[in-house]
Design a protein around this ligand. Structure first.
Ligand SMILES: [Zn+2]
Length: 106
């Protein structure tokens, strides 16, 4: 899970750009420790939206939307997709699979 508020209390380096990070000035995203610039470039909004989309789809009432009964919802990160996009992979009970990509338009 991504904890946006987790602040690492020791000095270190950014996993993306290699810059030195002083204590408290980093974010932990997808298990990586990033400097604030890289964290922002990673797209915080889309990442939060991705988690929200996942939780919403997992909680759909199966009586209302039987098509989504027993579906599995993974984020692109969890599914191991080689993309910088954000989104979720929805696998339905019949095995069909859909990718919902979050595209920021504004
Ligand atoms: Zn960085």
């Amino acid at each position: 899970m991504i904890d946006w508020h987790e602040v690492n209390q020791t000095d270190g380096t950014c996993d993306e750009c290699g810059e030195t990070i002083v204590a408290g000035e980093c974010k932990r995203i997808d298990g990586e420790r990033l400097c604030l610039d890289c964290a922002e470039a990673r797209g915080t909004d889309a990442a939060e939206l991705e988690r929200w989309l996942q939780s919403v789809l997992e909680c759909v009432d199966e009586d209302e939307v039987p098509e989504l009964a027993e579906c599995s919802v993974r984020t692109f990160t969890e599914a191991g997709l080689l993309t910088r996009d954000r989104g979720v992979v929805v696998t339905l009970a019949d095995g069909s699979e859909f990718q919902l990509t979050i595209v920021r338009s504004n």
